[in-house]
Design a protein around this ligand. Structure first.
Ligand SMILES: Cc1ncc(COP(=O)(O)O)c(C=O)c1O
Length: 438
């Protein structure tokens, strides 16, 4: 059962930080009731979950709905009621995901994971783009795009251009892309939000600069870390592909889902030849996976209905994303600045934060190094006291980001909209015990 959190705002049940508003207590209570394992781990016992960037909590409705549908043995495209019902579920899932993406055209497909979708799209784009030229990626990217871009530039004999990111802000900007993109840039990859620096990029502005210089460039976006922290606006980005992974957005582990533009969706790609030219799905769909996707979007719609009276599902999703963002921004503000006599992370001189303290671009993630303290050791000490966070080290996933920052490892605290200010207070209080005794 969820606890009701006490806040100190001027409006009943809400509280403000840095111009951002927490979700009202009563609504937060209802939100928390909708998730599994909010306050305890089935293996480790009571804990506060601040490891959302590794995968979010899972909605109860997702688990229930996917179990119900997974139990049905029938496949689509048969002449029986079960088969027809399953096709409706699959079609509804696709429709809901399209609304979630904010896409009024193009193609949607589900693949093994977000990484697999991105590799497949980058490979296909590289095999179709005119010979020569270059491919461009930024060092802030996850290997899901960075490594795919490096490999397919090499395999298609193109120059591979790496854009450095700004080590101070933990971001890459449209100006950075404009400096490196050339008229013969064939494929550009962009990370929407970094799971390590926590910073979000301006996709529309970056795409605009790329198109100004290389109008035919395929622009492929990794939106996996951004999706749970706001809303998606494919129609406004002017990109060719956008990928999400739903286990990061309140679902169980599920497929990665990709949206493709009408320019990219019909280029030569692996497909069953009898299918339409824009079909990218290979083989049978798992209706329970799409039922899970619909359950996530139903949830966001429900949340949106508490903060707007808008009649369209899309508008309610946008309202939900806006409320999610505000709530998380307030939590992050207090985590960094402290409150109620508790020191914030940035009050400790031995803490070195990735990104600027007051960055308006931070989405849910705070990564930091503590002088003379190993990140894994800090994670383990926080874990012993019931705070679940994660360390990112100089490895295949994080090395390209930590090396330019001259950091070996960082502790990452990552929040989601179901986290409460009381949980942040507890985290700060435990941190003060550990950091002040160190
Ligand atoms: C930005 C980003 N891209 C890609 C991935 C990989 O996603 P998946 O596990 O679905 O392949 C992650 C996972 O943490 C991520 O944060």
């Amino acid at each position: 059962m969820a606890t009701t959190e006490q806040t100190t705002g001027t409006h009943p049940g809400s509280s403000h930080a840095n111009d951002c508003t927490l979700l009202p207590d009563a609504l937060l209570g209802h939100i928390r009731e909708r998730f599994h394992y909010v306050e305890h781990c089935p293996y480790a016992g009571k804990r506060i979950f601040l490891e959302n960037a590794g995968g979010s909590l899972t909605l109860k409705s997702v688990v229930q709905r996917t179990a119900d549908i997974a139990a049905i043995p029938d496949n689509e495209h048969r002449d029986n009621p079960a088969s027809q019902a399953l096709s409706e579920i699959v079609n509804q899932g696709r429709k809901d995901l399209t609304t979630f993406f904010g896409a009024s055209n193009g193609t949607l497909f589900g693949g093994e994971t977000g990484t697999e979708c991105l590799f497949r799209i980058i490979r296909t784009a590289a095999l179709n783009a005119p010979a020569g030229g270059n491919m461009i990626a930024c060092e802030i990217e996850h290997p899901a795009t960075f490594d795919a871009s490096a490999q397919w530039a090499d395999r298609t004999q193109r120059e591979w251009i790496r854009i450095p990111f700004d080590a101070h802000t933990g971001r890459v900007t449209a100006t950075d892309y404009a400096t490196h993109v050339r008229p013969d840039t064939r494929i550009a990859t962009i990370l929407h939000t970094s799971p390590i620096t926590g910073q979000t990029m301006d996709i529309g502005a970056i795409a605009h600069q790329i198109r100004r210089i290389a109008p035919e460039c395929f622009i492929i976006v990794d939106g996996i870390q951004h999706a749970p922290h706001g809303y998606l606006e494919i129609d406004d980005y002017d990109v060719d592909a956008y990928v999400v992974s739903l286990y990061k957005a309140f679902c169980r582990f599920n497929n990665g889902y990709a949206w493709l533009s009408e320019r990219l969706n019909t280029i030569d790609h692996d497909r069953l030849l009898s299918k339409p030219k824009d079909a990218w799905e290979l083989g049978s769909r798992d209706p329970s996976a799409l039922a899970g996707a619909s359950a996530v979007i139903d949830y966001l719609d429900w949340l949106g209905s508490h903060v707007t009276t808008a009649e369209s599902r899309r508008e309610r999703l946008i309202a939900a994303g806006t409320a999610i963002r505000e709530h998380e921004q307030a939590l992050i503000h207090w985590l960094l600045n402290g409150r109620n006599g508790l020191k914030g992370l940035t009050d400790y001189p031995q803490v070195r934060l990735i990104g600027e303290k007051d960055s308006p671009y931070r989405e849910g993630v705070v990564s930091f190094e503590v002088q003379n303290m190993d990140a894994k050791q800090l994670v383990s000490r926080l874990g012993e006291r019931g705070i679940r966070v994660h360390a990112r080290s100089n490895d295949v996933f994080s090395g390209n980001i930590l090396r330019p920052l001259s950091m070996d490892a960082v502790t990452r605290i990552s929040v989601a909209h179901y986290n409460s200010i009381t949980e942040i207070d507890t985290c700060l209080s435990v941190l003060s015990e550990i950091l002040e005794s160190a």
